[in-house]
Design a protein. Structure first.
Length: 378
């Protein structure tokens, strides 16, 4: 009888063990599934951050804030090498500590991590110690994980997470952190193209207008606030004739006069740039093509009725008062230029290729008859 009871108890114990193991596996499976869902949400948040109308620095700061919030990280810092120096691109650490944080590549323990492209975990054993890379701070961080960042096998910087508790990352799931790290790299790889555009944006010498690169960066952010916009490209079709018949200085003044007139009559909500040479682009943000026709007709008429000439003062400044014209003019004929413009407009839809729209417009203007002076919708 006792043996039977013992056997039953043993079976019950084994049953409970099997049940507990099964429950543990289900809990673990649930945790893994929950972690995957969290990762998916984070990736989605990253993509949203990339698509926001903001600068590269703002986007990187946004993704760092997402990491801190989603994964409950105490401190998170992203440092990137810009080709000249290391810069803290995003951090929730007090800026007074940034000099230490952007010099971690000089710390011996992290040099090995960078060379081997592997994470480095460091911690202290008690509250009175400090991490080796800390210079003036004692109470802020007691444990940290350093992740070197690479794009196409090229080292570009690092991501470091820190905690104020010793051994806080002892049992952390490093596979999850590796996924986060790869997501950070993906974001940095995506925004590097935007950074390139931002760095080559210039203003035109004569007109003070931004160049083509501005249109693909900051300009596109303005345009893409709307589902549909109208892109207008126009060309001063007789600028070469003005330069040849009179002088290049008068041609430059024609360009500046046209630019100034359009700027004075254009809403600040629209983007106006000097595209290339005698070509300019106006992006009517949130406006359909049929709504800009009257405005463009008026602009075209006003500009083509202009009579532009150099003043005596401008001639003296340019030492042109005795300089003969490039072609022989009648003695009573003044050097007066009247510009001729050829316009082409197209609809642009958010999410499509702006560069393709501009390419087609440029091809149209370049292939049009040299005497064509119209407003054409393509």
């Amino acid at each position: 009888m006792i043996i039977a009871v013992v056997v039953i108890l043993v079976l019950i114990v084994f049953g409970l063990i099997i049940y507990n193991v099964s429950i543990h596996k289900k809990i673990q499976k649930f945790k893994n599934m929950n972690q995957k869902i969290t990762n998916l949400y984070v990736v989605q948040d990253f993509m949203n951050a990339i698509g926001e109308t903001s600068t590269v620095e703002q986007k990187i700061k946004k993704i760092n804030d997402i990491l801190i919030e989603r994964y409950e990280i105490k401190y998170s810092t992203i440092v990137v090498f810009d080709g000249a120096e290391y810069q803290v691109k995003a951090s929730n650490v007090d800026p007074k500590h940034w000099n230490s944080l952007k010099a971690l590549q000089e710390v011996d323990m992290f040099k090995d991590s960078i060379q081997s492209a592997t994470p480095k975990y460091v911690t202290v054993n008690n509250e009175n110690e400090r991490l080796p890379y800390q210079q003036m701070e004692f109470g802020r961080a007691k444990s940290a994980i350093f992740f070197p960042l690479y794009i196409d096998n090229v080292y570009i910087g690092y991501w470091i997470i820190e905690s104020g508790t010793p051994h806080d990352f002892d049992n952390v799931d490093t596979t999850v952190l590796e996924v986060i790290k790869e997501n950070i790299v993906s974001v940095l790889k995506t925004v590097v193209h935007q950074k390139t555009l931002e760095s080559i944006v210039r203003k035109d010498l004569f007109t003070g207008l931004y160049n083509e690169e501005y249109l693909y960066g900051e300009g596109k952010k303005i345009i893409d606030q709307y589902t549909i916009s109208t892109i207008c490209m126009f060309k001063i079709i007789n600028i070469q004739e003005i330069n040849r018949k009179y002088c290049r200085e008068l041609g430059n003044k024609v360009i500046t006069e046209i630019s100034n007139y359009i700027l004075e009559n254009l809403s600040e909500d629209y983007v106006f740039i000097r595209y290339m040479g005698p070509k300019f682009v106006i992006a009517f943000s949130g406006v359909e093509a049929n709504s800009v026709a009257d405005f463009l007709n008026e602009i075209k008429e006003k500009i083509e009725n202009m009579q532009i000439k150099l003043t005596e003062e401008e001639k003296q400044q340019l030492n042109l008062e005795v300089k003969p014209s490039r072609t022989k003019l009648k003695s009573n004929e003044e050097e007066i230029a009247s510009p001729k413009l050829n316009f082409v407009i197209s609809s642009y839809y958010k999410g499509t290729g702006l560069e393709e729209v501009l390419k087609k417009q440029e091809e149209y203007l370049d292939q049009a008859d040299r005497s064509e002076s119209d407003i054409t919708n393509i």
